[in-house]
Design a protein around this ligand. Sequence first.
Ligand SMILES: NC(=O)c1ccc[n+]([C@@H]2O[C@H](COP(=O)([O-])OP(=O)(O)OC[C@H]3O[C@@H](n4cnc5c(N)ncnc54)[C@H](OP(=O)(O)O)[C@@H]3O)[C@@H](O)[C@H]2O)c1
Length: 287
Amino acid sequence: MQRVAITGATGYLASLVQLYNRGRFEFVPVSRADVDYGHPDEVERFFSSLGADLVFHTAANATTAACENDPAGTDLINRDSAIAIGRACQATGKRMVFISTEQVFNGLACPGPFDEATEPCSVTRYGQQKAAVDAWMHASLDDYVTVRLSWMFGMALPGVKPSPGILGNVLQALRTGKPTKFTCNERRCMTYAQRLASQFAQVCDLPSGLYHFASANTLTTFESAQMVARRLGASAADIERLILPDTERYADRFRDFRLDAHKAQDAGIELGTFAEDVDLCLADFGW
Ligand SMILES: NC(=O)c1ccc[n+]([C@@H]2O[C@H](COP(=O)([O-])OP(=O)(O)OC[C@H]3O[C@@H](n4cnc5c(N)ncnc54)[C@H](OP(=O)(O)O)[C@@H]3O)[C@@H](O)[C@H]2O)c1
């Protein structure tokens, strides 16, 4: 059985991938307790001597504000340590699978969806850190897969705590009765996280390269939230009271973060539309 070292092992996507692929891979979980991502030299040494066939690197400080507030510290974690893992993989002949983000395109003024040939342009440190790793991997590694994800969503499972997503945010507004704003000035390809977990083996087997991984969406985030609330069975009155338009955020420039995933689909990865993903998730969880 293939041994897969998985970093950020206790995080949302890593724990979901492990849950869905038990018995298919032998996972070697690696977390902050095992290696300090603030010291890239240590990281390179650690992964150079780790017995694994492939490294799936998910660990990152993915909080945009944290990256702005501590650019040097998060450069070490999100950029330099990812590159250190890449160096260790290249030296030991292992494949590296890395998770990048739609945020590499948050500085573009033109409309998406963006394909893999689009040059990244990011106005946030987090996006710049991920874009730097993507570029380094492309230039330096013989055997890698970079999956650029959009904003993922899902529900909790035993041992799996979703990071904030559109479904969780809408559910929270409806459950708590707290009116919540959703931005009108952005479009994102929100994607059901199980798409990644259930196709992890196929992702690991993709030909070396960069792949956008996202279900298609034409709605703004506000329209997406309204649609989720309708699918959850909320009344029109509750939707109007609780799912509010945020017209101020990104009023300076519309943000289109959407990813064109045709390359991954042509390689056999199944993706759908945001609406289909919401239905898939609600069906999986017996809604
Ligand atoms: N969720 C999304 O919508 C989304 C979208 C695009 C890209 N991504 C990328 O996907 C990856 C996983 O995302 P996720 O949603 O699963 O995130 P998550 O739940 O926050 O998990 C990330 C893991 O990274 C490790 N980590 C976090 N902060 C760290 C720090 N300061 N120093 C060292 N390690 C740290 C932690 O694992 P340990 O404590 O086990 O080490 C944490 O559980 C990230 O690289 C993220 O950038 C996520």
